[in-house]
Design a protein around this ligand. Sequence first.
Ligand code: HEM
Length: 367
Amino acid sequence: MKLSTTIGLVADFVAERFPVTKMNFASMVAKKEVPVHKMSWAYYLGGLTLFFFIVQVVTGLMLLFYYEPTVSDAHASVEYITEYVSGGALVRNVHAWSSSAMILCVIAHLMTTFAMKAFEKPRELVWVSGVILLFLAFGFGFTGYLLPWNQIAVNATKVGLQSIEEVGNYLPGALSELPRILRETIQGEASVGQATLSRFYAIHVVVLPLMVMGLLGAHLFSVQLHGMSKGVDRESRKKEKFFPTFMVKDLTVWGVVFLVLFVVALCLPFESFFAYPLAEPYNPLGSTPEGIKPEWYFFFVYYPLELLPFWLIFLVMNVGAVVLLLVPWIFRGTSRKTLRTIAIAAAVYMVVITVFGQSIYEMLKGQ
Ligand code: HEM
């Protein structure tokens, strides 16, 4: 196929998904309607994910005023924020709880937009940008986890990076060196140390926020261009105005959720879930304490890795990531009924492995 034809096809594809020439933003927002049907509640999940992201940016900026990204002072600076800075413990807890809430919302948003077939043409790129946003959200979790530089943070990061190197055992010849080189590049030195902390800090507070803001811009712009998907098989005749009706409801939900987040952050310190000495400063000379686990949202891969061969999980994860990106094309002809069943099965797996993962693991290991 001639290059000009390919460029023409790509241009047509993008123009159909981003018909910017036809748009008039003000009239678009004024005219925008939201379908009312049995799954309309799901239209709040994208907004809630956005809300928690905004909370992360605001509380993150406040923490930056005191946080020291050095192995000598990182833990002390976090302790200083918690014990001496007025409101410091609250801001830190809001940041910690909101990060979990954001991941929970983005997973629920993915599953509901999947079940509603909201990835159908012309929203394929909304979906693809969404999947990349999901990966970036997990990137926030992985890099942010190291910053307090306590026992669980450093040891869990070591285990996470170690699994990269393990891939080398399944690659032939010189290729088997690549994963080790990748791990050392991410780490910046032979083991998790100052270079790693500096890189994770830069990724967490600069690289990821910029990437998310860029992608989110495209994500939301495309949603504004195409309006909300119909969400159910038969187009619902009942609709409500986005502005002001749906927007007021959206902001009310944000207000209530903020209140709940505030009360939880005030009453339940996130670190209270870490048994001693996990929240203690990292001791490079000490032995690795018991109970080193990643954040709860990695349990869906952590426990299978503990129970099944590494190569199998590695394969499933990578095929899974590709399938997720290609969902709009792989499931183009699939009925919403089947999509809902798949989404419910995935949700059941996520809940069971996250809540009962440890007991299942102990049961299967006969402990
Ligand atoms: C940081 C992460 C994300 C944020 C802040 C976000 C935000 C939003 C918002 C505000 C909307 C419009 C309201 C709504 O339908 O809920 C939306 C729509 C949408 N999002 Fe996301 N999203 C994120 C991640 C994702 C992910 C991971 C996916 C799927 C892989 C996704 C797929 C979609 C789709 C398909 C729509 C169109 C929904 C429709 O028209 O019914 N988004 N997103």
